[in-house]
Design a protein. Structure first.
Length: 427
């Protein structure tokens, strides 16, 4: 018998273990066993009868909940078993909120507590009124209204802003409304974009932009920065040249939209980061998975849609940026898998999450895989030309190696199948 997410052992009872009961109630429920040591060996309790009377009363009086407290036998030893059900509402112990995660108990504070309270009460941060109950009469939504006309040909009126959840019926700006207002008053609605000259942040940055504003403005800025800093590769076809960018456009747009819509805005001093390296691009947004899971441990093709900011997601769905039911992971992965000819090595995006961040890594399709493929193409396409070239030339022993390279270059250029840039990259 071992401790786990929903099982905790205690050698004897102390009132501080009420915090563990609070943690189970706020998480997925669990079981506290009194009279078992850390190794899972039953040692029993001497005052079982008194504990059976005291513990239920203390749970009720300090937290207002009821737990099942019973006496069980483990290897002929008396053990107190306390079964705690998951609570539908936040449970506090003496003003403190505790939470069971893994095999540990944590006290929730700061943004973690704010996030927990919203989640437990089935509320969303973006649907709450702004902290200072800002009046909507002081804000305009010209950019949002224009975006609706531009993308879905819809005229948005002030009454629509109320129905969308951006303004309350009393005329107070919600957090979602603040993020979409022309003059966004939320300081953590920020974006940092950086182009690095190498493959990590130890290299110098060659371009950067920082901006605070409404999320439509930030989305436009991120897309423009990426386009300016993105090269276009090409493959020569029999009659034409096929151009394609470093990254699938759909994967980039979906990753950016997800970063702004699903991020945790309760983390003060935070921002979305776009870091472009030679071989990849990383898009980092504050806040992990809404349910606390780690995306790297999940099958991303089967992760259900779970939205931290439902109102923002609804507005972007109306704007045709995203869909209510379909997971963004599938779109991002699918964008890389869709065009095999431009992704011969099968490069795929990667997803990583922790408590305070979520990172999408998009590999550069014009990166190292193109060099590798180009080398293979040179070897294949010049194999015939090498034989012909060597038969018509005589070389000394000292010039054999350089002559071979020259012959391969000449043969390739004569066929017209490869460009000079491709041959230079391959040799």
């Amino acid at each position: 018998m071992k401790e786990s997410q929903n099982t905790e052992f205690k050698l004897s009872w102390h009132d501080e273990y009420l915090k563990w009961i609070c943690g189970f109630a706020n998480a997925k429920g669990g079981k506290l066993l009194i009279g078992i040591d850390d190794a899972g060996k039953p040692v029993g309790v001497a005052n079982a009868k008194k504990l059976l009377e005291d513990i239920p009363n203390k749970i009720r009086d300090t937290m207002g909940i009821v737990a099942d407290v019973s006496l069980v036998k483990r290897q002929k030893k008396d053990v107190i078993q306390i079964v705690v059900r998951e609570s539908d509402f936040p449970v506090a112990y003496r003003g403190e909120y505790h939470y069971r995660t893994g095999s540990t108990k944590q006290q929730l504070t700061g943004f973690a507590l704010t996030q927990f309270l919203f989640h437990k009460m089935h509320l969303s941060w973006d649907g709450a009124e702004t902290v200072n109950r800002l009046s909507s009469r002081k804000f305009t939504f010209k950019r949002l209204k224009y975006r609706f006309e531009q993308r879905v040909h819809k005229e948005v009126k002030n009454a629509d802003l109320v129905s969308y959840g951006l303004i309350t019926k009393c005329g107070i700006l919600t957090n979602a409304g603040a993020l979409l207002a022309d003059d966004c008053p939320i300081p953590q609605s920020r974006l940092f974009c950086t182009r690095w000259s190498g493959k990590d942040k130890a290299a110098d940055s060659t371009a950067s932009r920082k901006e605070q504003g409404n999320i439509l403005e930030l989305l436009d800025m991120a897309e423009n920065f990426i386009k300016v800093q993105t090269n276009k590769g090409w493959v020569k076809r029999p009659t034409e040249r096929d151009n394609y960018p470093d990254y699938p456009e759909r994967a980039v747009t979906e990753s950016l939209v997800n970063a702004f819509i699903h991020r945790d805005y309760t983390i003060s001093g935070s921002e979305v980061h776009v870091d472009k390296f030679d071989d990849r691009m990383e898009i980092m947004s504050p806040g992990g998975m809404p349910d606390g899971s780690l995306v790297q441990d999940l099958d991303v093709m089967n992760v259900p849609s779970d939205r931290r900011n439902g109102i923002l997601a609804d507005v972007f769905d109306r704007l045709d940026y995203m869909e209510r039911e379909e997971s963004g992971f599938k779109k991002i992965v699918g964008a890389y898998a869709a065009d095999v000819s431009h992704n011969p090595l099968g490069l795929a995006p990667k997803f990583y999450s922790a408590v305070g961040c979520f990172v999408v890594t998009l590999p550069n399709l014009n990166g190292e895989q193109k060099s590798s493929v180009a080398k293979d193409e040179v070897a294949r396409k010049t194999s015939k030309g090498r034989v012909g070239a060597e038969s018509g030339q005589s070389q000394g022993r000292d010039g054999a190696e350089s002559g071979d390279i020259q012959d391969r270059i000449v043969a390739a250029l004569r066929t017209g199948e490869l460009s000079k840039a491709e041959i230079a990259a391959a040799i």
